[in-house]
Write a protein that binds this ligand. Sequence first.
Ligand SMILES: [Zn+2]
Length: 201
Amino acid sequence: MELVGTNRAVFLDRDGTIARDVPYCSRLEDFELLEGVGEGIRMLSEAGFKVIVVTNQSGIARGYFTEAMLDRIHQKMKSDSASYGAHIDAIYYCPHHPDEGCDCRKPKPTLILRAAREHNIDLTESFSIGDKLQDIEAGHAAGCRTVLIIPVGDEATPPEEYSMRPDFKAENFKQACDWVVINTVRTVPSAGSLPSLNGNP
Ligand SMILES: [Zn+2]
């Protein structure tokens, strides 16, 4: 059977992209959405995207926290988002240690491809947003367009030195979402069929 995805999605990195980057975050009280993330996710949903978090969580393989703890943190991520009227449709994570050579850790696109199968997603109409090269590589390998978030003043790794260029560089999550929504339609249909983004009928 041939599958043709009919949904669009935005794949979001977690740590450093939508949440404060706490190394191996293992406590609920340390998990915090970044400014503008709730509003940004809501905007993506309203623009017709499924919102799917894809995250490397090697803290599990390292024994820093359990999958049960990770599930609790992800419940908090969902409920914190919901307080902004934002909905996260699914969460995919790699629990393995980088040395294991697993098939699912970013920069491999495996989790994005799995999400696409399970949520009927057209990857060519989808996006990946992250703050690291591995997010750009995974999104690109899956056939998505990519947005790299580089906060102002954060020049630790000049993006010009990256082996792969993102389609857009944003200073924060909200700016990334603005670009995605503006560039939603890759193949331009007739003007009359463009969706209204401001809710007017
Ligand atoms: Zn893995």
